[in-house]
Design a protein around this ligand. Structure first.
Ligand SMILES: CCCCCCCCCCCCCC(=O)SCCNC(=O)CCNC(=O)[C@H](O)C(C)(C)COP(=O)(O)OP(=O)(O)OC[C@H]1O[C@@H](n2cnc3c(N)ncnc32)[C@H](O)[C@@H]1OP(=O)(O)O
Ligand SMILES: Cc1cc2nc3c(=O)[nH]c(=O)nc-3n(C[C@H](O)[C@H](O)[C@H](O)COP(=O)(O)OP(=O)(O)OC[C@H]3O[C@@H](n4cnc5c(N)ncnc54)[C@H](O)[C@@H]3O)c2cc1C
Length: 664
C-alpha cells in the first residue's frame, strides 16, 4: 500500500507534463517503456535487493555479486529478453561486475577488431556466456601510454602460434575488470613481433582458465589486485593481475581486422586505419558519457528531494521553518547540477548518434570522421565524468550531515563513480588528445581546409575574433544565437591564442609539453561549447507535452549561464563579453532559478528512478525521510547488542582504572 506522499505539496506546484518529460529523458517512448519495465522487474525481485551491501566483507560481497549476476542471467533466459532489455536489467541491478566487461568491452572488441571468421567463431560463445571475457590492456607499468605496453606476442612460424609473454614485472596486466577471479578468456593487448620485427600493439584472444575446473592455464598467474576505494562500491568487481610465461595461442586468435599475420609471419595491412585498434575505447567512452548523466541525475534526485524535505531556520510565530531548497545559495549550487544532468543526457544522445554514424561510415570504408569521433568521445568523456564526480560530492554537501551517512546512498555512489575519471583514459590525457586535434585544425585553417562537424565554428574564426556580444538586458541572454556566439568566440579565441603561443617554439612537441595546462583549458572550452550547442539543438526539436520545452529552455540557459559565471575569467580575458554583460547574465541566472524552483521535484521525478535503484533514504519518492533514517540506524550491526563487544576488555577496565585513580 502506498503511504503518505510528503512531497505532494511540491508535486502540486508542477507547471509541465511530467510523463512527457519522462519520455524526453529516456530518449523515446520505446526506451521509456522498456527501461521502466526492467527497473520494476529488478526492484520487485528480492534476489536483487541491495540493503546492507556496504557492510559485507570482500569475500561475501564478491560472492553476492556472482549470485546476482547468475540470477540476472537466469531471468534473461527465462524471460527471453532481447539484448537491449538485458542491458537495462543489468543496469538496474546496479552492481559493477564481470558482466560489464564481458558485454561492454570483450564482445565489442571482437565485433570491432575481429575478422568475419573470428566473429563467427567467438561471438556465439560469448553471447551464450559459454566463455566469459575481459579486456586486458593496462599493465602495472603503463596504462595511458598504450604504445608503451610491454607484454609480447611473438609469432612462431614453426608451430603457427603466437607466444604471449610477460618479460618484466611491470608488464603484468593490472586492473582489467572481471579478470581477477572470473574471466575464462581475455582480449590481451601485446606488442606483435614477427620475424624479429616489432609491429606495434595488437589485441589477442587468450584463454586464461580451464572451462572445466576454472584453474588457470599452466604458465598463467592470475589473481585480484586488492581492495579499492570505499565500502561496497567498486569492490564487487574483481580487477585483476595477470602474467604469462610463454603461453601459446593459435595464429588465428590475433584480432586481424586491422593487420593480418600470414602463415609465413608476414604482416599484411588492411585498408582500415591503425587507430581502429583503439575502437573499443571509443565505443566505451561514448557509453560513459550517457552513464554520466544517469549517475549525476541520481545524485541530483537525492539532493533535490531531500532539500525540499529538510527545513532549517526562518520560522516565524511558531510556523514552519524554511525548506532549504528555498535558500538562494542552495539553488545556485543545486540547479546547475540539475541542468547539467539534462545537458549531459542530450549530448550523450547526440554522441550515440555520432558513433552510429561513424560505425556505418567505417563499414563503407569512409574513415574521414574518425579524428572527430575520437576527439568528441575523449573530450566529452573527460568533461562529463569530471563534472559528475564533482557534482556527486557537491550533492553530498547539499544534504548536510545526513549526506555523509551511507543511508543517503551518496558515499557509495561517489566511490563507485570516481574511477570513471581515470578508467577508459585519464581525463587529462584525453583532454590533451582533444588539444592536439584542435591545434591541428587551427594550423590547417591557413591552407584553406574547411573545418567540419564540431569544429566548423573555427572556420569563422576571423568573425569570431572580432565579434562583440550585443547583450543589453538580462533577457537578451535568453537568445540561443547570443549564447552560442559567446561560447564559440571564447573557444575560438582560446584556441587561436594557444596556437600562436605554440608557434613560438622551435620544436612543436616541446611547445605542446610546456603549454599543456593552457591547452587543456582550451579543450574544456571546446567541449563545453559542444554540450551547450547540442542542448540548443535539442530545443529546436518538436518536443510534445505541456510546458516541457519551457522547462528545457530554462535548464539549457542555466547550464550555459552558470558556466559563463564559473569561467568568467576566460570570457572576460578573451574579450567575448564585458563585465556589465556578465553581470546581466547573473541577473538572468537568478531569475531562472526562481522559475525552476516550483518544478524542481517534478524535474527529478522525470528521471523515473525507482527507490530500489536510487538506494537512498534521503531521496525516497515519498519524502518520508526521518522515520526511515531512524529505522535504518537500528539496522547497523553495532546496534545488535546494547553493550558493545569489547566493553569488558577495554572500556570497563579503563573506567575502573580512572575510578581507582580518583580515589587515590
Ligand atoms: C553496453 C555498454 C556498457 C559499457 C560499460 C563498460 C564498463 C565500463 C567499466 C570500466 C572499464 C574500464 C576499462 C578500461 O579502462 S580499458 C583501458 C583504457 N585505456 C585507455 O583509455 C588508455 C588511454 N590511452 C590512449 O587511449 C592512447 O594511448 C592515447 C590516445 C592517449 C595516445 O595514443 P598513442 O600514443 O598511440 O597515439 P598518439 O597520441 O601518438 O596518436 C596517434 C594518432 O592516433 C589518434 N588516436 C588516438 N587514439 C585514438 C582513438 N581512440 N581513435 C581514433 N584515433 C585515435 C590520434 O589522434 C593520432 O592521430 P593523428 O594526429 O596522428 O592523426
Ligand atoms: C576501476 C578501474 C577499472 C579499470 N578497468 C580496466 C580494464 O578493464 N581493462 C584495462 O585494460 N584497464 C582498466 N583500468 C585501467 C585504466 O584504464 C587506467 O588506469 C587508465 O587508463 C589510466 O592510466 P594509468 O593508470 O596508467 O594512469 P597514469 O597515466 O599513470 O596517470 C597518472 C597521472 O599522470 C598524468 N599523466 C599521464 N600521462 C600524461 C601526459 N602524457 N601528460 C600529462 N599528464 C599525464 C595523469 O593525468 C595522471 O594525473 C581500470 C582502472 C580503474 C581505476
Amino acid at each position: 500500500m502506498k503511504g503518505v506522499d510528503h512531497l505532494a505539496h511540491e508535486r502540486n506546484k508542477t507547471e509541465f507534463d511530467v510523463d512527457a518529460m519522462k519520455i524526453v529523458w529516456a530518449g523515446s517512448r520505446h526506451a521509456f517503456e522498456l527501461s521502466d519495465r526492467m527497473a520494476r522487474l529488478v526492484a520487485s525481485d528480492p534476489a536483487f535487493q541491495k540493503d546492507g551491501r556496504i557492510r559485507l566483507g570482500r569475500k561475501e560481497l564478491f560472492k553476492n555479486t556472482l549470485r546476482k549476476a547468475a540470477h540476472a542471467w537466469k531471468r534473461i533466459l527465462e524471460l527471453h529478453l532481447t539484448e537491449e532489455e538485458a542491458g537495462w536489467l543489468r543496469n538496474f541491478v546496479d552492481e559493477p561486475s564481470f558482466t560489464d566487461l564481458h558485454w561492454g568491452m570483450f564482445v565489442p572488441a571482437i565485433k570491432g577488431q575481429g575478422t568475419d571468421e573470428q566473429q563467427q567463431k567467438w561471438l556465439p560463445l560469448a553471447y551464450k556466456m559459454q566463455i566469459i571475457g575481459s579486456y586486458a590492456q593496462t599493465e602495472l607499468g603503463h596504462g595511458s601510454n598504450v604504445q608503451g605496453l610491454e607484454t609480447t606476442a611473438t609469432f612462431d612460424p614453426e608451430t603457427d602460434e603466437f607466444v604471449i609473454h610477460s618479460p618484466t614485472l611491470t608488464s603484468s596486466k593490472w586492473w582489467p575488470g572481471g579478470l581477477g577471479k572470473v574471466s575464462t578468456h581475455a582480449i590481451v593487448y601485446a606488442r606483435l613481433i614477427t620475424n624479429g620485427q616489432e609491429h606495434g600493439v595488437h589485441g589477442f584472444i587468450v584463454q586464461l582458465r580451464s572451462l572445466d575446473d576454472h584453474m588457470p592455464i599452466p604458465g598463467i598467474t592470475i589473481g585480484d589486485i586488492g581492495m579499492k576505494f570505499g565500502n561496497g562500491a567498486y569492490n564487487t568487481m574483481d580487477n585483476g593481475v595477470l602474467t604469462f610465461d610463454h603461453i601459446r595461442i593459435p595464429r588465428n586468435q590475433m584480432l586481424m581486422r586491422v593487420l593480418q599475420v600470414t602463415r609465413e609471419g608476414k604482416c599484411v595491412k588492411s585498408n582500415v586505419p591503425r587507430q581502429l585498434i583503439y575502437g573499443t575505447m571509443v565505443f566505451v567512452r561514448q557509453t560513459i558519457v550517457a552513464d554520466a548523466s544517469t549517475a549525476l541525475a541520481r545524485a541530483v534526485c537525492i539532493a533535490t528531494r531531500y532539500s525540499a524535505v529538510r527545513r532549517q531556520f526562518g520560522s516565524q510565530d511558531g510556523g514552519m521553518e524554511t525548506q532549504v531548497i528555498d535558500y538562494k545559495t542552495q539553488q545556485s549550487r543545486l540547479f546547475p547540477l540539475l541542468a547539467s544532468a539534462y545537458a549531459f543526457r542530450f549530448v550523450g544522445e547526440w554522441l550515440k548518434w555520432l558513433y552510429t554514424d561513424v560505425t556505418q561510415r567505417l563499414q563503407a570504408n569512409d574513415f574521414s570522421i574518425l579524428p572527430e569521433a575520437h576527439a568528441c568521445t575523449a573530450g566529452l568523456k573527460s568533461l562529463t565524468t569530471t563534472a559528475t564526480a564533482d557534482a556527486i560530492e557537491e550533492c553530498r554537501k547539499l544534504c548536510g550531515g545526513h549526506g555523509y551517512l551511507c543511508a543517503s546512498g551518496l558515499p557509495e555512489l561517489f566511490a563507485v563513480y570516481v574511477p570513471a575519471c581515470t578508467y577508459e583514459g585519464d581525463n587529462v590525457v584525453l583532454l590533451l588528445q582533444v588539444a592536439r586535434f584542435l591545434m591541428k585544425t587551427v594550423s590547417q585553417l591557413g591552407s584553406g581546409k574547411k573545418p567540419v562537424g564540431t569544429t566548423a565554428y573555427l572556420g569563422r574564426v576571423q568573425d569570431l575574433l572580432q565579434c562583440c556580444c550585443d547583450v543589453q538586458t538580462a533577457e537578451d541572454w535568453l537568445k540561443p544565437s547570443v549564447v552560442l556566439e559567446a561560447f564559440e568566440a571564447r573557444s575560438a579565441r582560446m584556441c587561436v591564442a594557444r596556437a600562436q603561443n605554440l608557434s613560438k617554439f622551435e620544436n612543436p612537441e616541446d611547445g605542446f609539453a610546456e603549454l599543456s595546462a593552457d591547452l587543456v583549458e582550451a579543450s574544456v572550452a571546446h567541449c563545453q561549447l559542444i554540450v551547450v550547442s547540442k542542448f540548443i539543438d535539442k530545443l529546436q526539436q518538436d518536443i510534445p507535452g505541456k510546458g516541457v520545452n519551457r522547462q528545457l529552455q530554462n535548464l539549457c540557459y542555466i547550464y550555459a549561464l552558470n558556466l559563463l559565471h564559473k569561467y568568467l575569467g576566460d570570457f572576460l580575458s578573451t574579450g567575448c563579453i564585458t563585465p556589465k554583460q556578465a553581470s546581466l547574465a547573473n541577473d538572468q541566472l537568478r531569475s531562472l532559478y526562481s522559475q525552476i524552483r516550483p518544478n524542481a521535484i517534478a524535474l527529478v521525478d522525470a528521471f523515473n528512478y525507482t527507490d530500489h535503484y536510487l538506494g537512498s533514504v534521503l531521496g525516497r519518492y515519498d519524502g518520508n525521510v526521518y522515520p526511515k533514517l531512524y529505522e535504518e540506524a537500528w539496522k547497523d550491526p553495532l546496534n545488535d547488542s546494547v553493550v558493545p563487544d569489547g566493553y569488558h576488555e577495554y572500556i570497563h577496565p579503563m573506567l575502573k582504572q580512572q575510578l581507582r585513580n580518583a580515589r587515590l
